[in-house]
Design a protein around this ligand. Structure first.
Ligand code: ADP
Ligand code: MG
Length: 464
């Protein structure tokens, strides 16, 4: 056709690249489309090359629509677009051509023509809810009360009060549990509402898949009828520029339509690494509720509840022991309880602190590392009958200075804290003071058998 422009002419090619940059944005352009080179336009087939297979696949999956529409402004009778792998300056890698065909205005990626027979976008979206994760089964304590109340509000309120709800906290502290609980409650109270729960990874997967089979509009279509969207573990979305972009747009569109969004992550929005600033601020613009690490009381409460649910009698002493010793997260604690119950059932013994110690040896060992300096200070102060404040005080009399040195020594040998960190916890002392204390105690242990035994006893006390 006469009005086609020749892309092998530098100025036309540059102009098309500029259009692409405008349509995908600077960062996506620099990451991906910058690497695109024009090869030829012959018999309605437009060919481009990319230097690596990875880039080629990514571009075919994510940008073929944009490339198509922008190229059409230059060449109006394109029927096929080919993407070939051609290392810089090298020749085309055989067998790596991927073709995008245009038929009736509908562009279909024929990424892998043999295996890709089904071109329909799969309908299943979202993930099922775990029946155990309900509000009724959730034990509330100080560390999670805000997150719990906010989640309940979302499930029970008639209109959107804060959007999005952003739940964050460490592993195994109940984020997923709360999201499922919102889902269950909504099903019960407002069954007509369409609620979708999915992991950020699944979101990305669905997105890339949508691109491959049709285009992004199919993906967006999925959201149209949704009333509540919950996306779990968004920290996994970080770094993937193109998906972030899509996430951002989907997110904005839903918020504008007054749809409720619930997000979880292991960090606060502002601390998410590799996430664009504008997305961070968007994520943090509703209610941000953090779930703090569990306290002893909450752990005990959860254990009592879980033991009851399982209908097993577990002595209070054992539950107390577990709540003291397994402090990292609730999932681990539940695992410990399960193991203990299984062991008792199989072996036919009763559950005692002693059996717990044996059966859970590995778990207990790994949680030793989590003993805090404060706990050590407390135990040592109790043992030597001094005040805990003496651990921080400048007093130098032997009666308090020695126990303080012992506590420093134990902090160094039991925890993974550095000398300066330990010094800080002892009234802002210098790291050389801590080093000196450690040396001193080591010497004394070698010189004095009784002293050595005393320290070993203390260590065991702190460990158990
Ligand atoms: P996260 O998603 O924050 O990593 P989960 O929601 O998967 O953590 O929780 C891990 C496990 O601990 C689940 O089995 C969950 O039921 C349980 N759990 C966490 N917090 C609580 C709680 N407050 N009450 C009852 N169970 C809890
Ligand atoms: Mg989770």
């Amino acid at each position: 056709m006469t009005n086609n422009l020749d892309l092998s002419e530098e100025k036309n090619w540059l102009s098309l690249k500029k259009d692409l940059k405008n349509s995908v944005g600077d960062s996506a352009y620099n990451n991906w489309l910058k690497h695109l080179s024009f090869i030829s336009f012959e018999n309605t087939t437009l060919s481009f090359s990319l230097p690596t297979k990875f880039l080629r696949d990514w571009i075919v999956n994510n940008y073929s629509d944009k490339i198509k529409s922008d190229s059409k402004k230059y060449i109006n009778n394109i029927e096929v677009i080919k993407f070939v792998v051609k290392p810089h300056g090298g020749r085309i890698v055989p067998g790596t051509t991927r073709t995008i065909k245009s038929t009736d205005n509908q562009w279909k990626s024929t990424l892998d023509i043999r295996s890709n027979q089904q071109s329909s976008y799969p309908n299943e979206f979202g993930a099922p809810l775990d029946p155990r994760f309900t509000f009724e089964n959730f034990v509330v304590g100080k560390p999670n009360e805000l997150a719990f109340a906010a989640s309940q509000r979302i499930a029970e309120a008639d209109n959107v009060s804060f959007n999005p709800l952003f739940l964050y906290g460490g592993v195994g502290l109940g984020k997923t549990h709360l999201m499922h609980a919102i889902g269950w409650k909504l099903k019960e109270l407002k069954p007509e509402r369409k609620v979708i729960y999915l992991s950020a990874e699944k979101f990305m997967y669905q997105f890339v898949r949508a691109l491959r089979y049709k285009d992004t509009s199919a993906f967006k279509e999925q959201f149209r009828s949704i009333d509540v969207l919950m996306i779990d573990d968004v920290q996994f979305i970080s770094g993937k520029d193109n998906t972030q972009e899509e996430f951002f747009h989907t997110f904005n569109a839903l918020i504008e339509q007054n749809k409720q969004i619930v997000i979880s992550a292991d960090k606060s929005p502002s601390d998410l690494d590799g996430v664009q600033e504008r997305l961070k601020s968007r994520l943090g613009c509703g209610l941000v509720a953090d779930i703090h690490p569990t306290t002893y009381e909450l752990r005990l409460g959860i254990l009592i509840e879980k033991a009851q649910k399982r209908g097993v009698e577990i002595p209070a002493k054992v539950l107390e022991f577990l709540s003291h010793r397994i402090i990292s997260n609730v999932r681990e604690m539940e695992g410990a309880l399960n193991r203990l119950v299984a062991h008792a059932t199989l072996v036919g013994t009763s559950i005692t602190v002693e059996t717990a110690q044996v059966v859970l040896q590995d778990l207990l060992k790994s949680s030793n590392k989590r003993i805090t300096i404060e706990e050590i200070q407390k135990k040592v102060a109790e043992h030597y009958n001094i005040r805990i404040t003496d651990m921080h005080s400048p007093r130098r009399s032997r009666s308090v200075a020695r126990p303080r040195q012992i506590a420093m020594y134990l902090a160094k040998s039991i925890t993974s804290r550095s000398l300066p960190e330990i010094g800080r916890k002892f009234g802002g002392r210098d790291h050389t003071t801590v080093m000196h204390a450690v040396k001193k105690i080591e010497e004394l242990k070698l010189q004095d058998v009784n002293f050595n035994e005393d320290i070993e006893l203390l260590k065991r006390l702190i460990d158990s």
